[in-house]
Design a protein around this ligand. Structure first.
Ligand SMILES: *Cc1c(COP(=O)(O)O)cnc(C)c1O
Length: 397
């Protein structure tokens, strides 16, 4: 029983140490499954995969120059299946759900989680139910339906969607995944909400494992991470602890973790500033960065603990500047930056100005999704041209 609190997967790291050396990874496929000793599945044949490729580290020299910093790297998660890093968590969660005999899954979402769950559920042949607030970005609504989920719009918040999913989920006793008979909940499905379900965290953890390996088993000075539910940040912090226990890291120092939120929904920032361990839920949360629109995170204390232990901070971006930052990254680097990660650039500017980040430090920013999924945020009218009377002078002006 977990009393509604998050579950935490532990590994016998001594056994892992004996089973694998970090150099053994070199010959493995370039996907998140290369870290299998640090993932909870047992049988290779159970893996539900859509090709979770390792994502590149993009050296962003022009953007670095804009900020006056020595080295700025974007880890570009936008090219994962369904265009966001949510696929890392869902690939593993669906793999485990299916292996444990679950046939029906459900989740609340205000953004990319729904499409990712729907896609992996489709691949696994599971029935999938998605509940989202009616102001969820249009692409997220339609992708869930496209991948065959039974997707519903709810005239409420993500927390209302979460309640519908909980009510419809089998109780712990009735849950076939925990040895019960199943089906007691009204919807008869398994609740895949992040941190209520323990494996999405383990999947997102692979961001941290991958980053360490790609940087030659060293870590950057600073990580800027767009934080909603916090699964990615908590997962990476867990990854660094596990790598450190295995003795795989070249140095003992860990990155300072910056939890970046948007001013329209910044509960973690409020708690950080107030010195609290738990966050007060935000009312009337509003931000175009839908992945950050999490008014009350179940793992709030885990985010805040990790941020503080790392010597980092939680900081809020100016909501009104998100599109400007998306354009800057797109125009200078050709990076398809999602509004959530645009918040990290605003935070970077503030953190540099306040001296929380130094110009000589190595900074890694996670681009958690593709800008193309946010057509509402991208909506810019282009000037029209009459092909019969092209006016070169006006175009050059
Ligand atoms: C879900 C999401 C986030 C927030 O992720 P957490 O790990 O839950 O904090 C950030 N960016 C995008 C694009 C997302 O879809």
């Amino acid at each position: 029983m977990h009393a509604g609190r998050p579950l935490w997967v532990r590994y016998d790291l001594d056994a892992v140490k004996r089973a694998v050396r970090r150099d053994d990874l070199r010959s493995r496929p370039q996907t998140m499954w290369r870290y299998r000793e640090l993932l909870p599945y047992e049988d290779e044949r159970d893996v539900i995969s859509l090709g979770e490729t390792m994502t590149p580290l993009l050296e962003c020299d022009r953007l670095a120059q804009h900020f006056g910093v020595r080295r700025l790297i974007i880890k570009d998660e936008s090219r994962l299946p369904t265009g966001s890093f949510k696929s890392r968590g869902m690939a593993l969660a669906v793999t485990l759900a299916q292996a444990l005999g679950v046939t029906r899954v459900a989740a609340p979402t205000a953004g990319n989680a729904g499409g990712a769950l729907a896609a992996y559920a489709a691949k696994a042949g599971l029935e999938c139910f998605i509940f989202m607030p009616d102001d969820t970005p249009i692409v997220n609504q339609r992708e869930a339906a496209l991948f065959g989920a039974k997707a519903f719009l709810v005239n409420g918040l993500i927390s209302d969607c979460g309640r519908i999913v909980r009510e419809g989920a089998a109780g712990a006793e009735g849950n076939p995944a925990r040895g019960g008979r199943g089906g007691e909940g009204r919807g008869g499905w398994f609740d895949m909400s992040t941190l209520r379900e323990p494996y999405r965290l383990e999947g997102k953890k692979t961001m941290g494992l991958e980053l360490a390996e790609q940087m030659g088993w060293t870590l950057p000075d600073v990580i800027l991470y767009p934080t909603g539910g916090g699964t990615g940040l908590i997962g990476m912090w867990k990854a660094f602890a596990e790598l450190s226990a295995l003795g795989w890291l070249e140095a003992a120092t860990r990155p300072r973790m910056f939890a970046c939120q948007a001013s329209g929904c910044a509960p973690i920032v409020n708690a950080f500033d107030a010195g609290e361990r738990f966050a007060q839920p935000i009312e009337n949360a509003r931000t175009i960065a839908s992945g950050l629109r999490v008014p009350g995170a179940l793992g709030d204390f885990m985010i805040l603990d990790a941020v503080r232990a790392s010597g980092g901070r939680a900081m809020a971006a100016d909501e009104d500047r998100l599109i400007e930052w998306m354009r800057l990254a797109g125009g200078l680097e050709g990076v398809s930056l999602c509004p959530e990660s645009a918040a990290c650039l605003d935070v970077l500017e503030r953190a540099l100005r306040a001296g929380h980040v130094g110009t000589q430090e190595t900074i890694v920013l996670f681009n958690t999704g593709a800008a193309q999924k946010y057509v509402e945020a991208m909506a810019a009218e282009l000037p029209r041209i009459d092909h019969r009377a092209v006016e070169w002078e006006n175009m050059r002006a």
